[in-house]
Design a protein around this ligand. Sequence first.
Ligand code: MOS
Length: 726
Amino acid sequence: MTKTKNTSGIGNAISRVEGHLKVTGKAKYASEFPVENKVYAQGINSTIAKGEIVSIDTSEAEKLEGVLKIITYKNADKLKGFDKEMTAIATDTIAPVLQSNKVKFYGEYVGVVIAETFEQAQYAARLVKFEYKEDASAVIDFDKSRNKSYTPDNDSNYSRGDMKKGLAEADVTVEETYHTPIEHHHPMELHAVIASWENGKVTAYASQQIVEDATISISSTFQIPKKDVRVIAAFVGGGFGSKLNLERHVILAVMAAKMVGRPVQMTVTRTQMFTNTGLRQKNEQIMKIGSKKDGTLTALSHETLSHTAQNLEFQEPCGMVSKMLYKVPNNEVTYKLIPMNIQVPFAMRAPGEATGSFALESAMDEMAWKLKMDPIDFRIKNDTQTDLHEERPFSSRLLTECLRIGAEKFGWKDRKMEPRTNTEGNWLIGYGVSAASRNSPYQKTHAKVILELVEGKVNATIQMDATDIGTGSYTIIAQTASEYLDIPVEQVSVELGDSDFPVTPGSGGSWGAASFCNGARAACENAVKTLKNNRNIKESEEISVAELLKKNQLTKFEAEGMAEPSAEFEKYSVFSFGANFSEVWVDKDTGMYRIKRMVNVGSAGKILNPKTAYGQIIGGLTMGAGMVIAEQSHIEPNFGNFITRSFADYHVPVNLDMANIDVIFLPEEDKIANKMGIKGIGELGITSVAASIANAIFNATGKRMRSLPITPEKLIEAGLEDGVTA
Ligand code: MOS
């Protein structure tokens, strides 16, 4: 690595390079591009959960001023269908819509109105009349449909050792069921697209996390060459997984643009985001843990029952954490899914870990309590440097250090083992802890650097199709160029989110930072190396890029680079680790509670920018707290529609709900992970937060709360007044 002579290279807590664009409104999000001559589309949603459309009356809507077209299954473009029924969902999957009169869930798109203005489209959409033949066999009640569950066909079930034997060897066992509800992603920026179709070529300004996959989805759905599709996602206002894959509004907008011959803007409304842009599925998780008296784990199993759509499979991998977090010889992970008539679930921030670690880390706390062991000591006793699931070592794992350092910072020594013994007035005070893990799947990434010599100084532009979903990609990529070209960050421009730029894996799964920065690094290193080689300058010689361009008699120079996981990477399990600590105060009469303090310690490789990284973890902790205090989507049990339809009834934490938060990153560079030593943090922050809060609530009240969200009503129902019952 080059020596940093400036204070803006990697590791420095600089402010966001794109910050001024955002606060001045100059950063353009999908629906803000000034595309000439554009018109507006409004999707129409089904009002039954299962059945057939028997008639459509568009006459009234068509009479309205400004209405250009109404598309339903009757006149929609014939699109490529799924290759088979029950295709597992993928980010680059084809996305057919309006292909038949069949309805499979409440809120499914059954039509789209295109009009000159947004208001005209919205109004007209309400005037289109659909008549349905309803099928009473719709599956909308999870509890009543357990007999319909099946084992998903995706090879996720797993076992090692012998669970029965492990439980028989145990002195103490815990067997409990944990519930997490349906949640929705709800990024601030609504899903949106402006699509044009000109001479068989598509341009789409779209709010997507992965530009390359969006391009593939459009080209394969419309069966046009990929080179004829351009996707632009310059700024994305959050995604949390809901913008990983291409949702149907993009296909509808492209189809509409083709049919009306004008660019079409389609924005999904906040209410439609409950039915048309993915969700975190409801999970019922049964944990079985066996332990020796001294805290040595003998057995651990994790069974998950969840739901998917009727024609499309998605399964949140809740059991992932239970396969690798602890040293336990006998281990089993299983999944069952109920096909339901609601929209297909999809990945939501830390899919698997966020919910799975609620179950695992609550159950671990229950076991520690039964053993009368400190829950930190219990975890440390079962720590391991080997991933027993993959049967290979972790590239680095500082979980014990995270727990120890966090305990020190948090003041864990003041925790009382016995619930309801730490009080102040009417408040019952509890401390909770949990361990977190999230894999860091670094992926192949391309980047281009353009160097220009202007008045003796080098300006660099980095181009890649990477996205910034609010995470700080612009900033850390600029810092990477600053580092490897040894120029101040002010001389670096970063251009992202355009499928004309070199291909990256996009933003998701905690792979963005490591992938993007190593790609940008490779491009910068190639530029310097080529400029040196051209003039027979030794690679070890320290010489500025400006000097190099001068020696090459160049004022402009471009280079590309590619980074990908090494052979070494494949021999290890590469995960980030962390520990969460929470202090909760519960009112002993009303069950109302406050999260007073949170401490998060993370070991996630090289921290590129402590300021943006801190923001990522705070966001994760807030979303984790949201799982406990508020977030849940409700399905109406007779008709199958979501009755949570806006932020008025789908609650997320506000500033007042949040605690004093301390975030600590352990100094680390994981060179096995990649050359720059980076791991992921985007999903680490939410992982196991819910368990640390639930465990604190137990420590405060003596009530074990196994169903999220934990509302004051649930605490009262659990007999808050009666003292310790677990
Ligand atoms: Mo994440 S759920 O891969 O955006």
